[in-house]
Ligand binder design. Structure first.
Ligand code: FES
Length: 118
């Protein structure tokens, strides 16, 4: 986008350049916690987390293949229902502790034993 804008401004343009640009905010560093158990209720798969990595990466490290797309919290391809447990959104710091809330695996870190519909 910056290169296109530079090109636009180098030319004798007759109209103002209009542009829209998106970028994901940087992920906050999340403090590693004690290992917790993650359960995927639909597939009956379980694994234990190691450190403070996001749930999508933790699941992949455990050999699972959750659906995903952008991996930065935008596309919602990895969105699923957290049935129980506490997770932190690493982009906003928001804590999800109520049952049956939607979370995105690519930007969520478990803070307690957690069950996810997947
Ligand atoms: S993979 Fe796109 S929001 Fe999680």
């Amino acid at each position: 986008m910056d290169e296109i804008a530079a090109l636009w401004h180098s030319l004798p343009a007759t109209a103002a350049l209009q542009r829209e640009q998106f970028a994901a905010p940087p992920l906050r560093t999340s403090a590693p916690g004690a290992p917790v158990q993650i359960s995927f209720s639909a597939s009956r798969q379980q694994f234990h987390t190691k450190g403070g990595e996001v749930l999508l990466k933790q699941a992949e490290n455990a050999g699972l293949s959750p659906k995903h797309g952008c991996r930065i919290g935008i596309c919602r391809s990895c969105q699923c229902v957290k049935e129980s447990g506490v997770v932190e959104n690493v982009q906003t710091g928001e804590i999800s502790s109520a049952p049956n809330e939607l979370i995105r695996l690519c930007i969520s870190v478990a803070r307690s034993d957690t069950t996810i519909t997947l």
